[in-house]
Design a protein around this ligand. Structure first.
Ligand SMILES: *Cc1c(COP(=O)(O)O)cnc(C)c1O
Length: 370
């Protein structure tokens, strides 16, 4: 029910527990055996709000190294954390060089052209850089041919301040996949040519693959935010730091044969109580949840029925005590009871896509107790 007299009390909310994110970050570090641990805060900290998440990690968890996807995210983060080390995963365009220098951003150099671009800059104010070697994901990073060139031609790294060498795993969600061991072996070989430079291979899934994958720095994202990056069981100390709550707008009783929602894709077989909730696909609640999502009301898990509309969904609340529910009543769509893993499974969306799809229409509420 509404807790105060603010108009915002009637909006759907995304509650984010910063204490739990800090807790999960600490668990990531422990799982990585105390290896240095970066904070991955791309895509607005996986939809949790970089403005709140990054300072919490920096000031309260002693996280000093951050990765963002692009230059715009890096500028935003630099304003929030003047002292942090910031790496930009997408690399660098020549037109952005001056900004990288003036805002002390470290590019992740993804091909030899970027290496040469960075090398040509006068070293006085030039930030350090990371070199990304592609060991099989074929997305970004020096190709095997470029890697060989970079290793053999000492001129290519002359004068560069390389603070990190890295690669990225393609299949870390599946411990059984032989690609992990292949990428590990290739990356190990590369690290032998750079014995004095810190190395990094593991994202969240990579952390769970074990100590061989940890090197000098791990790069968790999803695990910090309570997702399970692996097909295996969730590490038991990881907690869910967010909750998405909608509110019941209306409850109606429908008879057998009546349908719900656009396209009339769901039809009641017996009389049912249907609650309409104030969250739809414009909030990021995807139509992939049509007729298969779940919500949680007053201790009962209830199914989404019919199609997700722009601003609403309908859930079948027949199993909930009607005395306990009515308009304004809170409904969990994602959180401790409807977990990301569960939502991903029914919708076939990835946990990453569900999290980063959360739109700003929610009223975001930050809390700090762990
Ligand atoms: C996004 C990303 C990560 C973090 O991945 P998670 O699976 O969320 O832990 C790590 N490294 C790179 C290069 C990435 O792009």
């Amino acid at each position: 029910m509404a807790s105060g007299d603010s108009l915002l009390d009637y909006m759907a909310t995304q509650t984010i527990n910063l204490g739990t994110i800090i807790h999960n970050y600490t668990i990531c570090r422990q799982l990585a055996g105390g290896t240095e641990c970066a904070g991955l805060v791309k895509a607005d900290a996986y939809g949790m709000g970089i403005k709140h998440v990054a300072p919490a990690l920096f000031h309260e968890a002693n996280c000093r190294i951050f990765f963002v996807a692009n230059f715009a995210e890096a500028l935003k983060l630099r304003q929030i954390l003047p002292e942090a080390v910031i790496y930009v995963l997408n690399g660098i365009f020549s037109s952005h060089v001056d900004f990288f220098i003036s805002h002390n951003l470290r590019p992740v150099l993804n091909d030899l052209a970027q290496v040469i671009l960075w090398q040509r800059i006068s070293p006085e104010n030039r930030p350090a850089c990371a070199i990304h070697f592609d060991t099989g994901i074929n997305r970004l990073g020096l190709s095997p041919k470029e890697t060989a060139q970079f290793i053999n031609d000492i001129n290519l790294r002359k004068g560069l301040d390389i603070s990190l060498i890295m690669s990225h795993l393609a299949c870390s969600d599946d411990p059984e996949d032989p690609m992990n061991a292949r990428q590990l072996a290739d990356f190990k070989t590369i690290t032998r040519s750079f014995p004095d430079i810190p190395a990094s291979l593991a994202n969240s899934g990579g952390i769970l693959l074990g100590p061989d994958y940890h090197f000098d720095l791990v790069r968790p994202g999803l695990l910090m935010f309570g997702g399970n990056p692996s097909k295996g069981a969730m590490p038991k100390n990881i907690k869910i730091p967010f909750k998405i709550l909608g509110k019941i707008l209306q409850i109606r009783t429908i008879g057998a044969g009546q349908s719900v929602g656009y396209g009339a894709t769901w039809t009641a077989k017996q009389p049912r109580h249907i609650a309409t909730i104030n969250i739809g696909y414009a909030d990021g609640y995807s139509q992939m949840f049509n007729n298969c999502g779940w919500a949680y009301i007053k201790g009962v898990k209830v199914p989404v029925v019919g199609r997700v509309s722009m601003d609403m969904i309908a859930v079948d609340v027949t199993d909930v005590n009607p005395q306990e529910i009515g308009p304004e009543c809170d409904v969990e769509l994602l959180g401790p009871h409807i977990t990301l893993e569960m939502a991903a499974e029914v919708s076939t969306l990835s946990q990453y896509e569900i999290l980063t799809g959360v739109r700003e229409r929610y009223q975001r509420i930050y809390i700090k107790n762990s």
